[in-house]
Design a protein around this ligand. Structure first.
Ligand SMILES: [Zn+2]
Length: 147
């Protein structure tokens, strides 16, 4: 009798492959992607050599593809603006605690159309991975408050 187990990613029951006795994720593409992502995140956390190698490989790749990205940015203004906006967010995050950021939000400053990085308040300052990039187009704005 074949034993089934529950996939760590989707929670569905699956039968482990014969040649992978310790399989913990089902064979679906999404769950295999999740498995690799978890493996890599864990590696990055526990293995400083792996972390250094990854950083070096990425830097090398960027160095070898700098003209590609320069041309891509020149041809895709929306992408360029999104990057600038995200960099501004990172810069702001660097110089403000999350509480200071809340104060920034409360300033009576008009919200301009543009790209914004949207993340859960609890995730601010933790990781960029859970952030959405959204484009907000202002269709109408409230009148300026009386001073
Ligand atoms: Zn699964």
């Amino acid at each position: 009798m074949k034993s089934t187990r529950l996939c760590l990613a989707c929670g569905n029951a699956f039968v482990p492959l014969l040649h992978v006795p310790r399989q913990r994720y089902c064979s679906s593409k999404a769950c295999q992607r999740a498995r690799r992502r978890n493996w890599q995140n864990n590696r990055l956390r526990i293995d400083s050599d792996y972390r250094d190698n990854q950083a070096r490989a990425q830097a090398k790749w960027r160095a070898g593809h700098s003209s590609y990205w320069r041309e891509y940015r020149a041809a895709h203004p929306a992408y360029r603006e999104r990057n600038r906006s995200m960099q501004r967010t990172r810069n702001a995050r660097r110089s403000h605690t999350p509480i200071a950021k809340m104060d920034v939000v409360r300033l009576p400053r008009p919200l301009d159309s543009g790209f914004y990085v949207l993340s859960h308040a609890e995730d601010i300052g933790v990781a960029n991975m859970n952030a959405w990039t959204v484009h907000i187009a202002v269709l109408s704005a409230p009148p300026a408050p009386p001073t």
